[in-house]
Design a protein around this ligand. Structure first.
Ligand code: FAD
Length: 468
């Protein structure tokens, strides 16, 4: 849609979660918004991130259900994978969400422009190189949301066949027999879990002493045990030195040893996509690491210009981009919004078993010098967990220790186990509303549900457990 006006209340550069949330929320608030996107609407998240990754994880989960069907007395025959159909389903879901987003933006009367956006002085934005043609817009406010790109490693040139990043893996034409995943962070572990469940022999190569740094140690242990039990090799504290292609695969050199694989997935984080944003003649500052520098409300050094999402140095999560977009618009409207509390954002890891957490881990609380009481309640006695055949895992609650020694305010909720990404909501509310253990223990959990384990943890922290 080519604009009929060249001046807008808000001009947004980038149409990923950060940018489109800004545009949609701004339009909901009655602002006249233009949004410029040079690639596909929905950005990383919809096209090569959250949605396709979770869809393929669900493919792996479905395969697993079928292989376990006989336990339920259901004879489904031998399960096999038709990968083309799996990729087709994933593409259909992605396509549906991308086109749905386009319709939503249209219905909110957001002017969507196809092209590369660059910011200049006086909140002038040029658009070039796309199907909308070249033009210049101005905004009372401009929001920068250019997102991020996968990081790569020297010596690992991405060819999309043997060496790949998440971008290529999510459309891999054939499942590999053996894969090395460099990087045991959230995305690396999700890929390891998915590939392993689909029959690939997986080796994780992690430079740090443990995979999933940032997660509570007890949660990580459960995931490590499950991964190892399924034959995923986890090598921590290893430096990856390079690789030597051989035949249709390659040998990765790591910690002085070779790992023979068909594909290498480089999953070592993402870098802000801020190389070509213009910015000359503006007060927008970019750090040495490439992040746009902002204050606690997302304001850059240029008056009237905000930045949100993966391009700023906050947790690189789609839902963080959403809330930063909302915050920017509220600030533009002069509503004096409270800044985002980044220490309490919800995190979700969609591996098998899943992990989800919010607030302080036990280690982080202790490092901060806070006296805590903790409780671990496990899924192995929970009826629903047994019914769904996923009884590994636990809910760990970290609460402030009161002067009388009892557990008080809830500081962190860390979960690992069945569908915990869907269960974190109560923990998130508890931590962010500064609820106490007594507040939470008084609530009813429906029976039989997985969330009863959270309820048990709270009751146990009052000193009076019910089931255990
Ligand atoms: P992006 O999504 O990167 O979007 C930026 C957009 O801006 C892009 O479309 C780009 O083309 C466009 N753009 C850039 N520069 C310009 C310019 N100059 N002009 C015009 N357009 C421009 N997060 C979660 O919360 N949950 C998950 O489960 C999850 N899973 C993930 C799995 C994978 C494999 C990956 C890679 C990421 C995952 N993430 C997840 C992270 C999530 O995808 C990102 O945090 C989110 O997409 C960031 O949103 P954004 O809008 O800041 O940037």
């Amino acid at each position: 849609m080519v604009p009929t006006a060249e001046h807008f209340d808000v001009v947004v550069i980038g149409g990923g979660p950060g940018g489109y949330a800004t545009a949609l929320y701004g339009a909901s608030a009655g602002l006249n918004v233009a949004m410029i996107e040079k690639g596909k609407l929905g950005g990383t998240c919809l096209n090569v991130g959250c949605i396709p990754a979770k869809e393929l994880l669900e493919t792996a989960a479905t395969y697993l259900h079928v292989t376990e069907a006989a336990d339920y007395g259901i004879n489904a025959g031998e399960a096999s994978i038709d990968w083309d159909t799996s990729l087709g389903r994933k593409d259909k879901i992605v396509g549906g969400l991308v086109s749905g987003l386009g319709s939503l933006l249209k219905s909110r009367k957001v002017t969507v422009l196809d092209g590369h956006g660059r910011l200049h002085g006086d909140r002038r934005v040029t658009v070039a190189g796309g199907s909308s043609g070249d033009m210049e817009l101005t905004g009372d406010a401009v929001v920068l949301a250019p997102g991020s790109l996968p990081r790569t490693l020297p010596g690992f040139d991405v060819d999309g066949k043997v060496v790949m990043t998440s971008d290529e893996l999510l459309s891999i034409p054939e499942l590999p027999k053996r894969a090395a995943i460099i990087g045991g962070g959230v995305i690396g572990c999700e890929f390891a879990s998915m590939l392993s469940d689909l029959g690939t022999q997986v080796t994780i190569l992690e430079a740090l002493p443990k995979i999933l740094p940032g997660l509570d140690q007890d949660v990580t242990r459960v995931i490590e045990k499950s991964f190892k039990g399924r034959g995923i090799e986890i090598r921590t504290d290893v430096k990856v030195e390079g690789h030597a292609p051989a035949g249709s695969g390659t040998t990765v050199q790591a910690g002085g040893e070779g790992v023979d694989v068909d594909v290498v997935v480089v999953s070592v984080g993402r870098r802000p996509n801020t190389d070509d944003l213009g910015l000359d003649g503006t007060g927008v500052k970019v750090s040495d690491r490439g992040f746009i520098e902002v204050d606690e409300r997302g304001r850059t050094g240029e008056p009237g210009v905000w930045a949100v999402g993966d391009a700023i140095a906050t947790p690189a999560l789609a839902h963080v981009g959403f809330i930063e977009g909302v915050l920017a618009i509220r600030d533009i409207l002069g509503e004096d919004p409270a800044p985002v509390d980044y220490d309490k954002v919800p995190w979700a890891v969609y591996s098998r078993p899943e992990a989800a957490f919010t607030g302080l881990s036990e280690e982080a609380a202790k490092e901060a010098g806070i006296d805590v009481v903790t409780q671990k309640s496990r899924y192995n006695h929970n009826g629903r967990a047994m019914i769904v055949n996923q009884a590994e895992g636990m809910v760990k609650v970290i609460a402030e220790k009161q002067a009388d020694g009892r557990a008080g305010r809830i500081l962190g909720v860390h979960m690992v186990g069945p569908w915990v990404t869907e269960q974190l909501g109560q923990g998130y509310l508890a931590v962010n509303w500064e609820a106490t253990v007594d507040d939470m223990a008084a609530l009813i959990q429906p029976h039989p549900t997985l969330t009863e384990v959270l309820g048990e943890a709270m009751l146990s922290l009052t000193g009076r457990p019910l089931h255990g």
